[in-house]
Design a protein around this ligand. Structure first.
Ligand SMILES: *[C@@H]1O[C@H](CO)[C@@H](O)[C@H](O)[C@H]1NC(C)=O
Length: 396
């Protein structure tokens, strides 16, 4: 008796009182609304499910407290109008000292006018270039050894200094001129250069382009690296490029940055300079890229961490007159000046909340069901009203 009572009381809480099956009417309008609303429901459910299955990436900002890390600069840049023989690559850090000890893997590859490679990639030696070249030359000169006295002492054309009294090849004459701060303007008058075919070598490559690719590993402090025509050297602690023997006019510093990044890739990484083509319209232009590097870590769902960097960049361009350029008025070339941001961004991948997904699904089902019910009853009642009017019209 008491149990029956409880049941009856409980029944009062039913928010869904049922009507008897017999009083229900099934209409075509209702069927159409049901089909349409089911399609809508399924579509919304699928989109909600898709959203749930993607990962959420949460960015956070920190002050960069990491120390002593290296910065890896990956690059692939094409200079369609600059021959490899003309182009030199240097890297310097904030102290202004040339970085002779950076770990690098930069290669240069000669390309022809159409952009097809015409030589094997050659490793570029920053700073150490001279020794290597003179080694190569020694090999080249092996056949000439019979003709040339190894103990000879040739003229430096007035540029002799205390520690460089003899200039036995074109390279040393250039070096002597450099030390004096003289312009090395006319290699055709210099015996050593004529013998080595210096001018011919320069001439033969005049029409070529150069592709530079590889990576540099530098200290994580502000610095710069640049691609500029001419041999670089230090003069009174100033970084100077000797342009004269190469020039004969203008340099076309048109360049195509295929990729430039500062570290490993992470999902969704964007490098603003990738695939940019810059045309040097006036010739002998100086392109400066001011790069702000933002250290970034990316933590995947499996907790693997990628330490890398993003960057933003602003570009500055100006035309410079080529002469024995000391950099005062600028130097034709492509200069990348980078700085590090003190703030770092941490990205973290997380799964989306299952509870949110559930809430979403309920909202979709309930919402569509309710709205469909409203539409259905509207259709049903207006149909009924119209029918009534027609009947009335017939009766009259
Ligand atoms: C440099 O080369 C580019 C592309 O090859 C060309 O469009 C541009 O006019 C050249 N600039 C000069 C100054 O010759």
């Amino acid at each position: 008796m008491a149990i029956q009572d409880v049941w009856n009381r409980l029944r009062q809480f039913d928010a869904y009182p049922k009507t008897l099956e017999d009083f229900r009417v099934k209409t075509f309008g209702g069927a159409a609304v049901t089909i349409v609303s089911s399609i809508i429901m399924i579509t919304l459910f699928i989109s909600e499910l898709n959203f749930y299955l993607t990962k959420e990436v949460i960015p956070e900002l920190y002050v960069d407290a990491t120390r002593g890390e290296k910065l890896k600069i990956n690059m692939e840049i094409v200079f369609p109008k600059m021959a490899c023989a003309y182009l030199s690559i240097d890297a310097m850090d904030i102290s202004g000292e040339q970085q002779l000890d950076v770990d690098h893997n930069i290669f240069k590859r000669r390309i022809d006018k159409t952009g097809t490679p015409i030589s094997e990639a050659e490793k570029e030696e920053l700073g150490k270039k001279e020794e290597e070249e003179s080694e190569k030359k020694e090999e080249d000169q092996k056949e000439e050894k019979k003709v040339l006295d190894p103990n000879r002492c040739e003229s430096c054309y007035g540029a002799e200094t205390a520690d460089l009294k003899c200039c036995n090849d074109c390279e040393s004459v250039q070096e002597a001129y450099r030390r004096k701060g003289w312009a090395f303007s006319d290699p055709s008058n210099i015996e050593q250069c004529k013998r080595e075919g210096f001018a011919e070598k320069m001439q033969s490559q005049k029409e070529e382009g150069c592709e530079v690719f590889g990576y540099l590993e530098v200290n994580k402090v502000a610095g710069n690296f640049h691609f500029a025509p001419g041999k670089s050297f230090q003069q009174h602690h100033v970084h100077v490029h000797d342009l004269q023997p190469y020039s004969g006019g203008k340099f076309n510093m048109t360049h195509h940055v295929k990729t430039l990044s500062f570290g490993m890739e992470y999902p969704g990484m964007e490098n603003p300079l990738d695939n940019t083509k810059i045309i040097d319209v006036k010739g002998s232009s100086m392109f400066q890229y001011f790069v702000k590097i933002v250290p970034t870590t990316y933590t995947k769902l499996d907790q693997s961490i990628t330490r890398t960097n993003q960057y933003s960049v602003t570009k500055h361009e100006k035309q410079v007159t080529t002469s024995f350029s000391t950099g005062e008025h600028g130097l034709p070339g492509v200069f990348v000046l980078y700085e590090l941001s003190p703030l770092m961004v941490k990205y973290k991948e997380v799964n989306r909340s299952f509870m949110h997904f559930l809430t979403g699904v309920c909202a979709i089902i309930g919402g569509v069901f309710t709205v469909a019910g409203l539409i259905d009853s509207m259709i049903y009642h207006s149909a009924k009203a119209i029918q009534k009017k027609i009947e009335l019209g017939k009766a009259l």
